[in-house]
Design a protein around this ligand. Sequence first.
Ligand code: FA5
Ligand code: MG
Length: 457
Amino acid sequence: MTIFSVQSTIFTRASVAILSSNGLKRFSFASSFSSNALYSSPLPKTKKRRFPIVSAVDIGGVTIARNDVVRDDDPTNNVPDSIFSKLGMQLHRRDKHPIGILKNAIYDYFDSNYAKQFEKFEDLSPIVTTKQVKCSPPSKACIFLSPISVSNFPFVWCQNFDDVLVPADHVSRSLNDTYYVDPQTVLRCHTSAHQAELLREGHRRFLVTGDVYRRDSIDSTHYPVFHQMEGFCVFSPEDWNESGKDSTLYAAEDLKKCLEGLARHLFGGVEMRWVDTYFPFTEPSFELEIYFKEDWLEVLGCGVTEQRILKQSGLENNVAWAFGLGLERLAMVLFDIPDIRLFWSDDERFTSQFKKGELGVKFKPFSKYPPCYKDISFWISESFTENNFCEVVRGIAGDLVEEVKLIDSFTNKKGMTSHCYRIVFRSMERSLTDEEVNDLQSKVRDEVQRKLNVELR
Ligand code: FA5
Ligand code: MG
């Protein structure tokens, strides 16, 4: 259903240009993910909520208060509590979690094939700025800075939208696609956010793993928080001169060889194909797709880095490749995990199935509980977007919503457009009662009307 895969290809849309970065410096993650301290809430309980409201999270020893990230006082702010509570969870740093097991297997591949040339970063702050900020006195955006960066006042270097000449009104900056803390602070929407920052700091070959955030559609392969690994590799003239090839061709061939090798390392035999595509930061650009459950699943984007980006770090005589892979997507194929929500489950029947270092153990579904379908129809307004609708549904039903699908759309003679969505409710852990689902659906109806300015039919 193509309507719902828009966001997963946001960076491939020809009109999109994005390259934000975390100028907020990396935190040293002293405490591990498992101690991601979620403090219980002192907030007033005004209404019954599906989510426990978390008042602060711990990102690597730095406490970030809810009120600094989920803000009612800033109209730009669109971070819901459900997203705030995921900050600092860092599934990629859990050795017994499929995402962590996969990350370690990819590390093994790079360590053994590239003699540990690739530096690894996995604790860069997911809270990044959209601009280069001058912080004296500290602006709100700077509250997230680690002590190291604070000592760098008054200037904080941030690779950002502006740096790569993204027009101010560009779609990739929209509140519809990205979670904004305030106009100059966002939750990173891809690990490419760190490319330029690391180049500036002098790193030349690196892997960056982290949680990324996108307002998105709802189905079994899309989730608003997921994990990416970025790979970056700079070459010098001596590397390609010997080959007799042009530098771009040399890098493109090396990139494909590297990623095909990685796919073989992870999967053994698997059907895959390369698709030409577009990214603002690479040229040429490719996507790798893997055949999974009778369909092609896009697992990564990559390409030869735009010369402009290298030039910013004084590397105009070099060439580089970069890739960004979706760890959940790969893990779903490797471990046979049917639904992306499962990665967030603490149900023992899920967590106990995976062991450190054991790649590709096939997940045994503990049970498939029945789905419950509910339709909702409304006349949309001009400002209506599907991502906003999905966000409302997720805000009410959380992980009990499995899919949101547009099943009908028409425009009447008066020019009013109606949408009918089918919402699939299903818990991965238990059977839902009719009463519970009706209650969720009724809340969705109320909330959609209240927040999205639509007219229910
Ligand atoms: C990017 O994010 C680029 N930064 C990738 C890149 C890096 C290209 C370096 C070139 C050079 P894209 O938006 O296509 O591209 O996302 C990359 C991967 O993330 C996808 O292939 C997919 O595997 C995964 N992905 C995207 N959206 C979601 C989502 N909502 N849930 C789970 N995985 C997702
Ligand atoms: Mg894509």
